[in-house]
Design a protein around this ligand. Structure first.
Ligand code: WTA
Length: 647
């Protein structure tokens, strides 16, 4: 663990929105007087009716209920677009950079207003009403932003499904939130390849219940099948449609979006975010974490299919009247200098990406960075998984030339925005630490066994949060009980993050990774249970157990133990078949790195699989298997070790 400390550079501190003293002062107020603090913070938005009730929240197990600004009324698209028109109609809101270099577009706030309004009217014409759920399965094209904001404008609840998910995964999400409308494109583009989005939706529609209309954006222009009565071309539906669209008046606690995320058990959960608190929190964290000043060019490399894209490409930046860059492509296409070329081309000031991308680009060599002019960069950010100090140092030295503070932001789909993060002008950083809490956030470290709070500054245990913040998820869509059970039951009275952490003697937080059966593969969250159920859905598989192992670039790799049905032959072809099967069931992001055939899995006498042992074998660390005497058949362990996959 590195002990180096980096003080915020003087040039940053002198212009920063928040310096160290101000952070202390504001943080103290945010936890001592949350009503006052957040009541003032809400003034950053335009309300149709100002909230008078600020905070009404309870983490009490018997009555988990989270409400912020509950009597306020507002519209998110008005806050992200209309209110900027008097001052910034001609300012660029979105810079879109295509997969192919040279293909880009600048969209002003005035243009955004017209396009989102038109999109909203098209949806209304299709019968979409306030409260209806709309599934969005789009690539990273401007229409993805228009679709999100159009839903917000008319009060529909969007559920974006990452365009890398398979038809099966898409179908499950459409059915769960009962959306009758799906918005997609003919095809997507990524790294020079096309992705058959409409064909995937057609396939999903065979399994999903209740799809009535599919709105299709023409993107690549390649031939696709259109089904009469169900499928509608966007450009046809939009012809002649009015560019004025009256925004719905929404209560602060009306749903804004659902976003599915993986947990340790069962199918993905529909994380529900609402309107007022979410937007206040996304906007405030965007401004302060990235020290965003008027006129800055800000780039978050995430996909809108993940929460990072929701909060930090669209809602946070646009609520702040920022210029936000949206990138269709991948870091290594056409080659490993793409990110840096885009930074140079658009003179990016804040750059926000994931450790997995940093590690991959670090591996490609410094020459890809050094040939680009990165002098515009001021702040560098990371998100998605713990960043190893080696990658942090490379990011700092080679990309940031030692002059750009790095903000390592820890947060989750559930939290809506950053919970732990340095602020560029306020917080000294340590490579690998997400440092300190954002305003209003009260992290605690609990002893995992007793559930007791550890009060000493230096502590190690599970990371929980003591009180609510406005960006917090409100429920699991359609299943409040699951919300309570997942986040408020193991440690009563706290929000349980699912992450382990260490707090050092300076009060800095170091995330040590998930303590549950959730994997983090290239910054993507994946439940081992989901991959297991995909595997056992194959007719040759009788049982499966999936664990993660450390992977140099991806953070974690996916290692699967598979028991076949009696009489099935273990061979290489079947491994390939199973790998493709998982890709089909979930999507390429869940592609197993290793599959080991295991005639028996290590189980306790009560039939519970001992994952600890499977993890150790996958990690090649079987010197420390621990106590195996409680296994029903300790002999299976030797077989597992003998037949482990070479990594
Ligand atoms: C992990 C992504 C360490 C963590 C915004 C968390 C991190 C999960 C960091 C949430 C970070 C995210 N340092 N770990 N800076 N950021 N994580 O819901 O395990 O896709 O629980 O949200 O990613 O992943 P999710």
């Amino acid at each position: 663990m590195s002990e180096s400390i980096y003080q915020p550079p003087k040039e940053i501190v002198s212009h920063a929105l928040i310096d160290a003293d101000k952070y202390q002062e504001m943080y103290a107020r945010s936890v001592n007087d949350p009503e006052g603090f957040w009541g003032d913070a809400a003034k950053r938005l335009d309300w149709m009716k100002e909230p008078t009730k600020i905070k009404n929240t309870s983490f009490e197990h018997s009555n988990v209920s989270i409400k912020w600004f509950e009597d306020g009324e507002l519209n998110v698209s008005v806050n992200c677009i209309d209110r900027h028109l008097p001052d910034r109609a001609d300012q660029v809101a979105l810079i879109w950079e295509g997969d192919e270099p040279g293909n880009d577009e600048h969209i002003t706030y005035a243009q955004l207003h017209r396009r989102v309004s038109r999109f909203g009217n098209v949806l209304r014409n299709m019968g979409v009403k306030k409260g209806d759920r709309v599934t969005i399965y789009l690539p990273m094209i401007p229409e993805a932003a228009y679709a999100m904001l159009a839903c917000a404008r008319i009060g529909a609840v969007h559920s974006i499904v990452f365009a890398g998910f398979s038809p099966e995964a898409l179908a499950g999400r459409i059915t769960d939130c009962k959306s009758t409308v799906v918005i997609t494109a003919d095809e997507g583009r990524r790294g020079g390849k096309t992705v058959p989005l409409k064909a995937n939706v057609d396939e999903a529609a065979k399994h999903a219940l209740g799809i009535e209309k599919i709105l299709v954006v023409e993107n690549t222009g390649n031939e696709i099948a259109m089904k009469g009565g169900r499928d509608i071309w966007w450009h046809e539906a939009a012809t002649g449609v009015d560019e004025f669209c009256k925004p719905e008046r929404m209560n602060a606690e009306d749903p804004l979006f659902i976003l599915y995320t993986s947990g340790s058990t069962g199918t993905p959960k529909g994380v529900l975010h609402t309107t007022g608190g979410y937007l206040v929190y996304a906007a405030m964290t965007h401004e302060y974490t990235f020290d965003y000043h008027d006129g800055d060019i800000y780039w978050c490399t995430a996909d809108v299919g993940w929460v990072t894209g929701h909060s930090y490409i669209i809602y946070g930046p646009l609520a702040n009247g920022a210029t936000s860059l949206m990138f269709e492509g991948v870091p290594n296409y056409p080659d490993a200098s793409r990110f840096w070329q885009v930074c140079e081309k658009h003179k990016v000031n804040q750059f926000y990406t994931a450790p997995t991308a940093i590690r991959a680009l670090m591996g490609a060599g410094n020459e890809y960075v050094e040939k680009c002019d990165l002098s515009s960069l001021r702040i560098l950010g990371t998100v998605g998984e713990p960043i190893n100090p080696e990658a942090w140092n490379w990011y700092n030295d080679v990309v940031g030339k030692g002059k750009c503070p790095i903000v390592d932001t820890w947060w989750q789909t559930e939290t809506g925005g950053h919970l732990l993060t340095p602020l560029p002008g306020a917080t000294a950083t340590k490579p690998g630490s997400a440092t300190k809490p954002f305003f209003g956030v009260q992290p605690v470290v609990l002893d995992p066994q007793s559930g007791e709070e550890i009060h000493e500054t230096a502590a190690e245990g599970v990371l929980c949060i003591k009180d609510s913040w406005p960006g917090q998820m409100r429920s699991v869509y359609g299943d409040h009980e699951r919300f309570v059970k997942t986040y408020f039951s193991d440690y009563k009275g706290y929000y349980f993050s699912g992450d382990g952490c260490r707090r050092d003697e300076d009060g800095y937080y170091w995330i040590t990774g998930r303590v549950d059966d959730v994997l983090n593969v290239s910054g993507h969250r994946m439940g081992t249970a989901e991959i297991e159920s995909a595997l056992v859905a194959h007719n040759k598989v009788s049982e499966a157990a999936v664990v993660g192992y450390p992977h140099d670039v991806k953070g974690q790799g996916i290692y699967c133990y598979v028991t076949l049905m009696a009489g099935e032959e273990e061979n290489q072809d079947l491994k390939v078949e199973l790998r493709n099967w998982v890709r089909k069931e979930i999507g390429p992001i869940a592609s197993p790195d290793h599959i080991q055939f295991a005639p028996g899995l290590p189980k306790t006498r009560s039939g519970k699989i001992m994952r600890r042992i499977l993890r150790k074998v996958a990690e090649n660390d079987f010197g420390a298997l621990g106590d195996t005497s409680t296994l029903a058949d300790p002999g299976v362990v030797d077989d597992l070790i003998e037949h482990r996959e070479n990594r």
